[in-house]
Ligand binder design. Structure first.
Ligand code: NAD
Length: 485
């Protein structure tokens, strides 16, 4: 591990110096504040507003006030506004990326890349055709199926990919004619607030509002009487609470929750290509990706060769602070998550038969760094296999019979993603359709184009984001019938 002492933290922001919330077109400073910690140092470096209930109500009221005009705005104009947002993201990608690295920990090039990718994705989303259609015109009656916006959408995002996730919600809400109040994670509020500052003058006041604060603010949004839909991305446990809070007002819900994605590697696999792809899709963003690979099932005949090939690639990962150009993997984003990974590793550290092929080291004192770890010899009921570890740890398991591998891959409450790795694409596809997950890939894992609906099976989610199906979940279907003309 190289020197991680010298992250150049942005100056400690004062409440007056920026990072205000976007409410009704204005940048609003906080009345109370939350500390934002740099995960590469473990030290606070800035404050973000902790929105009061009155500030949230003001944001929701602004979004509700502007909804009739915005929903009546022609879709091409709404698309133009989203394009302007994308342009602003690109223009400010480096500054927003630097803030994202400081609060989230990811390497600067990945952070800037996230902002730029978010710009690409919002443009791709607003290219989708979401128009209604004439179902029937048979000389007796005409029936149309239309899609009406819902009203004010509440967006709630986690800390792992804050800009991408926020902007997907912005694009979907605005394109479908809704208005939005969005709350980023209290661990990573600043980059989203910075986006608010740079888009304030290209969006009509009140159409997009960004409010920051703690978990209480999330609960207020989830139960707010004037919010029609919640688009939530976060953990299974919080998703369950959001569902409960939303019941009172029958809010429409999209819940994008956790995952424990399996990768099944068949005996005929191209070892080098699979090792490359599986390592990339396990350790991306320090393993903090909802649909990262979190369990790898290797056929016994290729076990040693695959482990050696993957270990070679993992040893090339350089951990360190995100603003060091040599770093390829940053720290865990927050202390709670860091302690969770540390405990999971400690639990199996001295277990007979368990081996850390790479890593296993947790660095204490300062930032939240964990060596990228490949671990073998675990049983299926080990918490490292059973739970969503959400860190840079790859549990490797072995199978002899593919039926056994499929059964074990499906033996989980999660169902977000899965992958099959083989030279025989047809065999891979046959297995893929038997895996209980919202997204399944052959010879790849992670990353769907924006016209592909994304979401989880089982406890990994409820509904879809992206694609036409995801877009339409921001609308109410309306059947309009009339006599023939
Ligand atoms: P989290 O559930 O702790 O928090 C997510 C958001 O919910 C935060 O903004 C938080 O403040 C807010 N919140 C907390 N309590 C709330 C409540 N009672 N009501 C409403 N909102 C509340 O999740 P996290 O730790 O920030 O993120 C990591 C999790 O997110 C992982 O499980 C990961 O798999 C999941 N995730 C899923 C996807 C997906 O698309 N499926 C994408 C990214 C991350």
């Amino acid at each position: 591990m190289h020197d991680k002492t010298a992250i150049a933290a942005p100056a400690l922001a004062t409440p007056e110096s920026g990072y205000g919330m976007l409410i009704d077109g204005e940048i609003v400073v906080g009345e109370a504040f939350i500390e934002v910690v740099n995960p590469a140092t473990g030290e606070p470096f800035a404050f973000a507003p902790d929105a009061t209930r009155a500030q949230l109500d003001r944001a929701v009221a602004a979004a509700a006030r502007t909804f009739p005009a915005w929903s009546a705005t022609p879709i091409d104009e709404r698309r133009t506004v989203v394009h302007r947002i994308a342009t602003r993201l690109r223009e400010h990608a480096e500054a927003i990326g630097a803030l994202l690295t400081a609060e989230q920990g990811k390497p600067l090039r990945d952070a800037i890349g996230e902002v730029r990718r978010a710009a690409d994705h919002v443009e791709a989303l607003v290219a989708l055709d979401i128009s209604g259609r004439l179902l029937r015109d048979d000389g007796r009656e005409r029936v149309w199926i239309l899609h009406r916006p819902l009203g004010v959408v509440g967006g709630i995002t986690p800390w792992n990919v804050p800009i991408m996730l926020a902007m997907v919600k912005v694009a979907q809400a605005l394109y479908t004619g809704n208005t939005l109040v969005l709350k980023p994670s209290p661990f990573t509020p600043l980059s989203t607030l910075a986006v608010g500052q740079v888009i304030a003058d290209v969006v009509p006041p009140g159409v997009v509002n960004f409010v920051s604060g703690g978990n209480d603010l999330g609960a207020w949004i989830a139960s707010h009487p004037d919010i029609a839909k919640i688009s939530f991305t976060g953990s299974v446990a919080t998703g369950r609470r959001v569902m409960e809070s939303a019941a009172g007002t029958f809010k429409r819900l999209t819940l994008e929750l956790g995952g424990n994605d399996p990768a099944i590697v068949l005996p005929d696999v191209d070892i080098a290509a699979a090792a490359e792809g599986i390592v990339r899709s396990t350790f991306a963003n320090c393993g903090q990706v909802c649909m990262a690979i979190k369990r790898v099932y290797l056929h016994a005949s290729i076990r040693d060769a695959m482990i050696a090939a993957m270990a070679e690639r993992v040893r090339a990962i350089r951990i360190g602070p995100g603003d060091d150009p040599a770093t390829t993997m940053g720290p865990i984003q927050n202390r709670m998550q860091f302690e969770k990974i540390a405990a999971l590793l400690d639990q199996v550290r001295d277990t007979a038969g368990v081996q850390f092929v790479t890593g296993g080291t947790v660095y204490r004192g300062g930032g939240y760094f964990v060596e990228p770890t490949i671990v073998t010899g675990l049983t299926d009921d080990s918490p490292l296999v059973r739970d969503e570890q959400f860190g840079p740890v790859m549990p490797v398991l072995v199978y002899d019979d593919i039926e056994d591998a499929i059964t074990r891959a499906n033996a989980t409450e999660f169902g977000l993603g899965a992958s099959v790795w083989t030279r025989d694409i047809d065999a891979g596809l046959a297995i893929a359709t038997r895996l209980e997950a919202g997204s399944v890939w052959v010879n790849r894992h992670l990353g769907n184009a924006k016209d592909v609906p994304f979401g989880g099976a089982k406890h990994s989610g409820y509904g879809r984001e992206q694609g036409v199906a995801g877009m339409l979940s921001y609308t109410e279907m309306q059947a309009v019938s009339a006599p023939a003309a």
